[in-house]
Ligand binder design. Structure first.
Ligand code: SIN
Length: 280
């Protein structure tokens, strides 16, 4: 890929790139078009030294689609700006957000297309990196027999399963998104197969007996978390924004800095279409 308006330095051959020369507060025209191309190619883009107000971060997110309100705000009455998901880890935090391999909100009937996290405060002693893993590669590196078996299966993604990890239990009458999606989806832009189950949200594979479902999901999660050949790791500095393709990558926030603080805000871009099954 040849870029004229930005510079793109891959983090690994499979996933992630650092982009230089893009001011996200005023991205438009050919630079925006090149950022879109880099996003499609690398799935995770890192932009350093940005200076963004909350409105500018939202405007950047809207270049990729409408912004999504987090269901904790619509369904559970969590206060704050509806289009902002706060990352605020302090010495009082008991369970850090995002500390497991996941895609954001796969429990939604139409899961988000992308997330863009802007970190403004990092732990003074280091740490607080975020890990990413390509689910295109996760599927591509399974044995053909397992790939074949997964096609045609569907899985249940439960928002409550994710919330329970944070100690939140449903109160009577409270609802929260849950959805069924194909285990292998067709990436809406590239058409490639993507493994679409994640440990935070996916509860079971419908077509299998409970013990079989547990064993297959656990095998897939171990495949994802141990295969460092399709991971990348982002080391944050204050005023870094990272955008990821939420349909095609998992991420995992590393909480190795307690009791220090890490602060940022995320905008989440709505998906356009429900995940469709991949058909070879
Ligand atoms: C998240 O969106 O899950 C948070 C990621 C992070 O804090 O690095």
């Amino acid at each position: 890929m040849h870029y004229q308006h930005i510079r793109v330095q891959p983090l690994t051959p499979k996933i992630g790139a650092e982009v230089q020369g893009a001011d996200l507060a005023q991205l438009s025209g050919e630079a925006l078009s090149e950022v879109r191309q880099a996003f499609a190619r690398h799935l995770v883009l890192v932009f350093r030294d940005q200076s963004l107000t909350r409105d500018q971060q939202k405007a950047f997110g809207r270049l990729f689609g409408e912004l999504q309100t987090h269901p904790a705000k619509t369904h559970l009455g969590m206060p704050g700006d509806p289009e902002i998901f706060d990352v605020r880890i302090t010495e009082n935090t008991r369970v850090a957000n995002g500390e497991s391999w996941h895609t954001d909100l796969s429990c939604e009937p139409i899961p988000p297309k992308a997330s863009a996290l802007y970190i403004t405060q990092t732990p003074p002693s280091g740490g607080g990196d975020t890990l990413f893993a390509s689910m295109l590669e996760a599927y591509a590196t399974l044995s053909p027999a397992i790939q074949q078996m997964l096609l045609g299966l569907t899985a249940y993604h439960s928002g409550w399963q994710d919330l329970r990890a944070y100690g939140v239990e449903p109160k009577p009458g409270q609802s929260y998104p849950c959805a069924t999606h194909p285990v292998v989806i067709r990436h809406p832009d590239s058409g490639k197969p993507v493994l679409f189950v994640n440990e935070a949200f996916t509860e079971k594979i419908h077509e299998l007996a409970p013990r079989e479902s547990r064993a297959i999901l656990d095998m897939l999660y171990r495949h994802i978390e141990t295969n460092t050949r399709f991971h990348c790791r982002v080391r944050w500095r204050p005023h870094t924004l990272v955008m990821w393709d939420n349909r095609a990558v998992h991420h995992h926030a590393v909480w190795d800095y307690f009791p220090e603080r890490r602060t940022g805000e995320r905008v989440t871009v709505r998906g356009d279409v429900p995940p469709a099954a991949y058909r070879p």
